[in-house]
Design a protein around this ligand. Structure first.
Ligand code: PMP
Length: 436
């Protein structure tokens, strides 16, 4: 009945019709979720990379109900509320100076949109209104607003959606295809390094570029970690040309890669950081853009308003921010950043050892608990996804890349179960679409 109602009344984001059997999830506890038939699955994907603490965490639920009973929210337009302030201060601690000022929003896409408008307005108010061009990687994913989709080269993001906004330039992604990463040398896999950014800045005219947006691991673009040193190199290039560096940590932030933020592994300081997903572990919708004081301070000098001309009724929602505070507390108290690093190593090495050389597997790669398995065909990926679900493990394939990203609370035994399910599924796979 639920499935029939769903088909009648819902639109699902980015879900091709009829590709996978619907998982009608009705309950969750720890790393497991239960569907309407009472079947239990190990969630090898943390929902949509967001349920970092898994489901039913008592400390988060207590914080949620306590805040709900006290004050659901009070909007930040000319006023403030307690959990929003405390969360802003906590994010500043986690990110470190000079990243001290935060604007809250509700989704990752909104955090991209906010960052985009902020970097352009920052330049305009500072007397550089011609600095509007936004550079991004061709295989990026920053969300589904009109501007965020304009940052993607993939025509699926914007075909049929009207004129594309101007002022967006994509450069080739600095990562090889899976086969090349595994040692093959495809001539077509030219691997441009950070110099592609400098070339694009010079081609556009250095005085016209506002910012470079980048994910530390291309997520939707195939779980492709940026090469070591890339972020350090682009930081230098941005500095040389007065271009702002925006790190999209919507998926990678808050522990997923075995560090609080993935860019901290490279020891760089971005100008702005966007985050969402793991910020509330899925217990409430919330996203954020944290920026340097230097950028934030400029808005007070805006001649039109004397403040930031952007934001939402629900920016800094009390429930969302209280939940985020408790999520960050649990991550710290339970050592989950460290667990993500250790379990990420176990997951990656387990997959490499057990499926890395099986037929149809091109590559196993990742950072911390954000792991991708690249197959030789989409059909094999979907076949493996379906076989894993039948074996009680949820993973998801997009294109030829299957992503594995269990909650940060995952145990060694659960990691081994995911690896075992994938091994059996790959070993039994034929490379044909399931049911064909
Ligand atoms: N940035 C990245 C890197 C993402 O992976 C996503 C979501 N997959 C977004 C932005 C958009 O976030 P949301 O779906 O919450 O709008």
């Amino acid at each position: 009945e639920l499935v029939a109602l769903d088909r009648r009344h819902l639109l699902h984001p980015w879900t091709p019709h009829g590709v996978s059997e619907q998982l009608m999830i009705v309950a969750g506890q720890g790393c497991e979720v239960t569907d309407a038939h009472g079947r239990t699955y190990l969630d090898g994907r943390s929902g949509q990379f967001n349920a970092t603490l898994g489901y039913g965490n008592k400390r988060v639920l207590d914080a949620l109900s306590e805040q709900a009973g006290k004050l659901m929210t009070y909007a930040l337009l000319g006023a403030s509320n307690e959990p929003a302030v405390l969360l802003g201060a906590r994010l500043a601690e986690l990110l470190g100076e000079p990243l001290t000022r935060t604007l809250f929003c509700n989704s990752g896409s909104e955090s991209t949109e906010a960052a985009l408008r902020i970097v352009r307005m920052y330049h305009a108010i500072s007397g550089r209104p011609e600095r509007t061009t936004i550079i991004s990687l061709a295989d990026c994913y920053h969300g589904t607003t009109t501007a965020a989709t304009a940052m993607m080269a993939n025509p699926m993001a914007w075909t049929g959606c009207g004129p594309r906004p101007e002022g967006f330039v994509q450069i080739p992604s600095p990562t090889r295809c899976g086969a090349c990463a595994a040692g093959a040398e495809h001539e077509e896999c030219v691997v441009p390094g950070p110099e592609a950014l400098e070339e694009a800045i010079l081609a556009a005219g250095a005085d016209t570029v506002a910012a470079f947006f980048v994910e530390p691991v291309l997520g939707v673009g195939g779980i492709r970690p940026l090469p070591d040193g890339y972020l350090r190199a682009v930081r230098e290039i941005c500095d040389r040309h007065g271009v702002l560096l925006v790190l999209d940590e919507v998926t990678t932030g808050l522990g997923r890669t075995g560090a609080w933020f993935a860019h901290q592994r490279e020891g760089i300081t971005p100008d702005l950081v966007t985050m969402a997903k793991g910020l509330t572990s899925g217990y409430a919708p919330l996203a954020a853009v944290t920026m340097t004081e230097r950028i934030a301070d400029v808005f007070a000098t805006d001649p039109m308003l004397g403040g930031l001309r952007h934001g939402h009724t629900t920016s800094g929602h009390g429930l969302g921010t209280a939940v985020a505070l408790s999520v960050l507390r649990v991550i710290e108290e339970d050592g989950l950043v460290e667990n993500a690093a250790a379990m990420g190593d176990r997951l990656q090495s387990g997959l490499r050892e057990q499926i890395g050389s099986l037929d149809g597997v091109r590559d196993v790669r990742g950072l911390g608990l954000m792991v991708g398995v690249e197959f030789d065909s989409m059909a094999r990926g979907f076949e493996v996804q379906a076989a894993c679900a039948a074996a009680g493990v949820i993973v998801r394939c997009e294109g030829t890349v299957l992503s594995v990203a269990p909650p940060l609370i995952v145990t060694a035994e659960q990691v081994d179960r995911i690896v075992g399910a994938l091994r059996d599924a790959v070993a039994a796979s034929t490379g044909e679409f399931p049911g064909v």
